[in-house]
Design a protein around this ligand. Structure first.
Ligand code: S3P
Length: 448
């Protein structure tokens, strides 16, 4: 799963983007669809699963713990679960590749089973903090031997029965919230997570759909999410909506390339995920929602996006949790806006697949865009809408979103931009370049 051989890629400017494109399934929902199905007794079916490396790492780990998971020739995934409490001792280390979501959510699942699991990952994942899940899961009774600094590789000794806890999230993290709730699934009694700042709520929505008792109350302290343990999950048929985080790259592409007019189909618009579209609209982006509907219990629409003149904004810090993965592509949009865009209050960007503040400052800098780094954000000097200089080689640091963001920046650059390694894109959007090619048509027109 790690990419021992980097795969450099040079990206050239583009003429107007046109046509329709559908984005692949939502990564967060795909992980959860597999995990919850693996804990239901009977066969679940999942349509539209994201077949990216991160989700495949989750599938492999669940198989190693006893679930049967198969992809049919019809593209539908069939999962026969082991039941809550039924995970088996894996025989080898669980290889998590680049995927923080697989790691943290599976740690939650394993914590309340009497099994021992070793978790390992690639050079990016082994730098990321796991203390944020080790701490609450230890309180529930699980034991950990982690690499210094609370990092992978680590060994987790789960416990059954685990102890239910009330846990206030110290960081706005859906992964930490989900890890505790998933540990709570097989813990007698009620496990509560208090969430002072709302984060993506796919776990809560989907666990309810699978038949678990999950309540959510608003309180002065925030949202109180309670799960009743020793739950029984019923198998489901799930349709995974398209990933708004993947759609964001195409939306920004059409926004910054003059003459573009595209439709991005099947975009999940759960309000805990759609902050990027709010921010882009504040900047003047021309995004229209067509055919609003519900897919798999989530709001979905097709997005028509036309090229637009962007103005700099101060990105409201309250939007951070609902667009936490979209800052890199927002910084690209900001490079084409009139004025200085300032984004603060996004300290979490420092501990994603890469330090996304430093990585984007360096990447944009290499392509002629001026930025100023803050501890918790970035200021980007926009050029008012013309082509950026480009010409640089971008260090992507094993981070799919840095790679895709700079590939989009290249579409309106005077000189080509080279990614030092495009291979991480396969973690979340394996057909990214096919989607771009579809919108670019056949002709490659260098920007003026
Ligand atoms: C995710 C939560 C977010 C996000 C990640 C997916 C999830 O991470 O960045 O890509 O599926 O729960 P944090 O919980 O670390 O904010």
């Amino acid at each position: 799963m790690p990419h021992p051989t980097p795969s450099p890629r040079e990206i050239f400017a583009s003429g107007p983007l046109t046509g329709h494109v559908a984005v692949p399934g939502d990564k967060s929902i795909s992980h959860r669809a597999l995990m919850f199905s693996a804990l239901a007794v009977g066969e679940s079916r999942v349509e539209g699963l994201l077949e990216g490396e991160d989700v495949l790492a989750t599938a492999a780990a669940l198989r190693a713990m006893g679930a049967q998971i198969e992809r049919g020739a019809d593209g539908i995934w069939r999962i026969n679960g082991v039941g809550v409490g039924g995970l088996l001792q894996p025989q080898g280390a669980l290889e998590m590749g680049n995927s923080g979501t697989s790691t943290r959510l599976l740690m939650g699942l394993v914590a309340s089973h009497a099994i021992t699991a070793a978790f390992t990952g690639d050079a990016s994942l082994t730098k990321r903090p796991m203390g944020r899940v080790i701490e609450p899961l230890s309180r529930m009774g699980a034991e950990f031997t982690a690499y210094p600094g609370g990092r992978l590789p680590l060994i987790l000794r789960g416990i059954n029965p685990a102890v239910p806890i009330d846990y206030t999230l110290p960081v706005a993290s859906a992964q930490v919230k989900s890890a505790v709730l998933l540990a709570g699934l097989n813990t007698p009694g009620i496990t509560r997570v208090i969430e002072p700042i709302a984060t993506r709520d796919h776990s809560e929505r989907m666990l309810r759909g699978f038949g678990a008792t999950v309540t959510v109350e608003d309180d002065a302290a925030g949202k109180i999410i309670a799960i009743t343990g020793e739950a029984e999950l019923r198998p489901q048929r799930i349709v995974v909506p398209g990933d708004p985080s993947s759609a964001a790259f195409l939306v920004v592409a059409a926004t910054i390339v003059p003459g573009s007019d595209i439709v991005v189909e099947n975009v999940g618009l759960n309000p805990t995920r759609a902050g990027i579209f709010t921010a882009l609209r504040m900047m003047g982006a021309d995004i229209t929602e067509l055919n609003p509907r519900e897919v798999g219990g989530e709001p979905v629409a097709d997005l028509r996006v036309r090229h637009a003149h962007l103005r700099a904004i101060e990105v409201p810090a309250e939007l951070a949790p609902s667009m936490i993965d979209e800052y890199p592509i927002l910084f690209v949009a900001a490079a084409f806006a009139e004025g200085r865009t300032v984004a603060r209050g996004a300290h979490e960007l420092r501990v994603k697949e890469s330090d996304r503040i430093a990585a984007m400052a360096a990447a944009l800098g290499a392509c002629g865009v001026r930025t100023e780094e803050y501890e918790d954000g970035l200021c980007v000097q926009g050029n008012g809408g013309g082509a950026i200089a480009g010409g640089g080689t971008v260090r992507t640091h094993l981070d799919h979103r840095i790679a895709m963001s700079m590939a989009i920046a290249a579409l309106n650059a005077r000189a080509s931009i080279t990614l030092d390694d495009a291979s991480p894109i396969a973690t979340s959007y394996p057909v990214f370049f096919q989607s771009l090619d579809l919108l670019r048509g056949e002709t490659l027109v260098p920007a003026a």
